[in-house]
Every structure is written in C-alpha cells, then in structure tokens.
Design a protein. Structure first.
Length: 279
C-alpha cells in the first residue's frame, strides 16, 4: 500500500473530479475531508460508507482509504500534522492533544453532523474560509489558518459531546451527565473520584454507583478506565509523544504506574502498542 508523507505542517486541496485521483493509501498526518456535493462510496479501513451530497470524515495517520465516485464530487481536503495545532506551550499542547484523541476515539459520531444543519453549515463555511485563505496566501500557512482549524475541531468536539443548555441537561439521565463530566475531566483524576462526583451531582456515592451501573452496564470506575485507555491508545498510535509526557497528561504519578495501567487494560505494554501500529 502506498504511504503519503507530508513534511509541511498543513496542506489544503480543493477540487472537483469524476474519478478519485489517488490510490489507496495511508499517511503520516491527520486529514479532514469534506464532500460538498456529489455521491459515491468512501472506503475507510475496508469499511464502505456511501455519501450523497454533503459528508465529513476525519482520518488518523494509520488509516487507509480510497473513494469510488459515482457522481462528480467537490472536495475540500485539509491535511495537518499534530504539531500544527499545539505550538510550543506545554499546557496548550496537552489540551490540543486531548481534543484530537477525543475526536479520533469518537469519530463515528461525526457523520451525524450531517443531520444537524446548523453545525453542518458552520463547518462548511469554516472549511471554505480555510481554502480561500490558503489560496490567497499562495499556499503558505499563516496564523489565521491555525485559528480556523482549531475552530473547526472545537465545533466537531461540541457536536460529539453535545454541549447543551442547563434546562436540557436537567432532563438527561444522571448517567449521561456523569459521562459528560468524565469526558470533560478525564485528565484530572481528583475530579473523577466517586466522592467528588457524588458531591457534584448532589447524590450519595452508593446511589450514584447504582444508578450508573444500572444505566450503563458497567461501574463508574470501569467506564473511566476504559475511556482513559481509549484516549491513551490513540495517543500512542498517532503521536510520537514520549511515554513520560503521555503519562503526565493523564495524571499518572510516574511511568511505572502508567505502564501497569495500560497493560492491565490491554495486556500489552505501551511500547508494544506503539510498535504494533508501525509494523
């Protein structure tokens, strides 16, 4: 399989074709593909998804894909390296790494954005703005493009986790609210203790445990561990970050505890997960 390697921090394409011009491939960058019009089938990691008119896909570096076009299709493609988002600031890097982890782990839900016309319209407008800025800047990255890309990704995250008004949240199940709290604070263990969450949701710890298990089917602790592992696995697979940095980002006191957690969840050491992805 062909592998595309990009050295530039960002590269943008906008084109309309009747036949996809690239072979099946994977790459070393993240890729946002927006289908503005047309129809066909997107084959991502051997999974076939039909598209008609508008569609959106987010690809991680190891993903392989190709597109079979049925009707002439207009595409916008944004390819970017992780470092393009994070910059040099360590806190900022940590936040953007987590956002990309969350988007990749939950990306199946991105297709649902097509059914929410307001978010879809905003996303398409922002992508077209990026394309125009790229063309006006003679295909050179600039500061505005960073902010536009970040805005797009934050909008996608908001769609996935459904930032809802307080009156709507009150109607949601306690389990759903707890899950949202876990997602928002997954890198802060002190905010994920059962005591803290019970206090946050004005329930006893035992009652919160019972409600969550009844609605979700596993314990709060199991859910936190499984979700945290998914994000860590994504970071191991799709970044070159040192184990020490990933460990610190997710609140482990040292790499030894981090290794023990990962092996307990997967049966593999972090280095094994990373090397398997490269093999």
């Amino acid at each position: 399989m062909k592998r595309f390697v990009q050295f530039e921090p960002i590269f943008i394409r906008h084109f309309t074709v009747t036949q996809w011009p690239f072979p099946q491939h994977n790459h070393n960058y993240y890729e946002l593909i927006f289908f503005h019009s047309g129809s066909g089938t997107h084959i991502l990691n051997n999974v076939r998804t039909k598209y008609e008119r508008k569609a959106l896909f987010l690809l991680a570096p190891p993903d392989h894909h190709k597109i079979n076009i049925r009707e002439k299709t207009e595409f916008s493609v944004i390819r970017f390296l992780p470092i393009y988002l994070s910059g040099a600031d360590s806190k900022e890097k940590k936040n953007w790494n987590l956002l990309m982890d969350e988007l990749i782990v939950n990306r199946e839900q991105l297709s649902e954005i097509i059914h929410h016309k307001r978010d879809l319209k905003k996303t398409e407008q922002l992508i077209r703005m990026m394309v125009k800025e790229w063309e006006d800047a003679a295909e050179q990255p600039n500061e505005l493009m960073v902010h536009l890309l970040r805005t797009i990704l934050v909008l996608l995250k908001r769609h996935i986790f459904r930032d809802t008004p307080a009156n709507v949240q009150q109607q949601e199940s306690v389990a759903m609210q707890v899950m949202q709290h876990i997602h928002a604070n997954i890198q802060q263990p002190s905010l994920l203790t059962i005591e803290h969450m019970a206090d946050t949701f004005h329930l006893s710890a035992s009652y919160l445990r019972m409600l969550f298990r009844r609605e979700v089917g596993i314990s709060v602790k199991e859910y936190i561990s499984k979700y945290k592992y998914q994000l860590i696995a994504a970071r191991l697979k799709y970044s070159q970050d040192l184990l020490k940095g990933i460990s610190a980002d997710f609140g482990f006191t040292d790499v030894s505890h981090f290794n023990k957690f990962v092996k307990g969840q997967s049966g593999l050491n972090p280095k094994d997960i990373r090397s398997l992805e490269k093999s």
